[in-house]
Design a protein around this ligand. Sequence first.
Ligand SMILES: [Zn+2]
Length: 174
Amino acid sequence: MSSIEIIKIVVIKTLITVVLFVFFVMALRYYGYDLIIQIEEIQQDNVTIVYDGIVKIDRQLVDELNKIYNDEKPNEYVVCLEGGVNLKGEIIITDFYKPTIVEATETEVIYKSCNVGSIGTLHSHPDGICELSRQDIYTFGATKQLLTCVQCREDVFGCFTPTSLDKRLKVIIE
Ligand SMILES: [Zn+2]
């Protein structure tokens, strides 16, 4: 075998390895951890999702929420949450936006409902209580949304789903 033939074989083998590796990574991403099921799909297909009790939110989003929390104090603020659920059953918050506010006071905030496809809402409790009030539970039940969260301090959130109204989900800021 000439040295040129050996080089050819080495190059081809390397190429095949690289291509297989790329496919492997793409398959992992597709079937695995990065896939987020959009909330519209969940609502349309009536998919039952088993949540593992974890909510993930970006550090940058939390910084923005902290600013709104402090700016609005002593009044409450409310934002609509966007995101979905990944295949590990974790709820991922990917963005938020402010709904049209009708009235905001120290104990409640009245707003126009979020867009279809919103994952839920987040509002603040400037009094520092991270649990849902009776009114919160009533409002949340009426919306049929996936998630409701309360911000009660900087970096501190109480998040709940319809099946865990009395037990806070674990919120991971990453
Ligand atoms: Zn509340």
